[in-house]
Design a protein around this ligand. Structure first.
Ligand code: HEC
Length: 129
C-alpha cells in the first residue's frame, strides 16, 4: 500500500479492498457527522457534497483530498486552503484584509436578483438590471 501510486489504489482490487475497509472506519468516525454517512454533505450547514463531480477545492484528486484532510480549510493551519473568503457587505467594514465599500440593503436586493438571473431564477428583471 505504501509503495503504490495513491492515484492508482482504487483501480487495483486488492489495494482497493484494504483502503476502503480502513477508510470507511475513519470516515464514519471523523467525517460523517458533517459530510453525511454517504458523503453527500449538508447544504444547510454549508458542507460540500463529496460525491459531486465538481469540487470547491481542486479536482478531487487523491493528493488534494489528502492535503485538505491534513491541513483543513480556513483552519488556522498555514498550509490549509484559505484562498477565498466572502466579505460581509452588509457590515460597516466588509473585509479585514482590504478596504471594501459596504452595500445598502437595496443594493443587496438588486444584486441578489442579478446573481439569480445568471441561472434564470431571478423574479425581478428591473432590479437585476
Ligand atoms: C465540522 C464539520 C466537518 C468535518 C468533521 C469534516 N469536514 Fe470536510 N468540510 C467541511 C466544510 C464546511 C467544508 C467546506 C469548507 C469551505 O468551503 O470553506 C469541507 C470541505 C471538505 C473537502 C473539500 C470538498 C470540495 O468540494 O473541494 C474535503 C475533501 C473534505 N472536507 C474532506 C473531509 C474529510 C476526509 C473529513 C474527515 C477526516 C472531513 N472533511 C471532516 C466540514 C467538515
Amino acid at each position: 500500500m505504501l509503495r503504490a501510486d495513491p492515484e492508482q489504489i482504487l483501480s487495483q482490487p486488492a489495494l482497493r479492498q484494504v483502503a476502503l475497509a480502513h477508510g470507511e472506519q475513519v470516515y464514519q468516525a471523523q467525517c460523517a457527522s458533517c459530510h453525511g454517512a454517504n458523503g453527500t454533505g449538508d447544504p444547510v450547514l454549508g458542507v460540500p457534497d463529496l460525491t459531486a463531480a465538481r469540487h470547491l477545492y481542486g479536482e478531487g484528486r487523491v493528493a488534494e483530498v489528502e492535503e485538505i484532510t491534513r491541513h483543513g480549510i480556513r483552519s488556522a493551519d498555514k498550509r490549509g486552503f484559505s484562498l477565498a473568503s466572502m466579505p460581509a457587505y452588509g457590515t460597516p467594514r466588509p473585509y479585514k484584509n482590504e478596504p471594501l465599500p459596504s452595500l445598502t440593503p437595496g443594493q443587496i436586493e438588486d444584486l441578489t436578483q442579478y446573481v439569480l438571473a445568471f441561472s434564470g431564477r431571478g423574479t425581478d428583471p428591473a432590479a437585476a438590471k
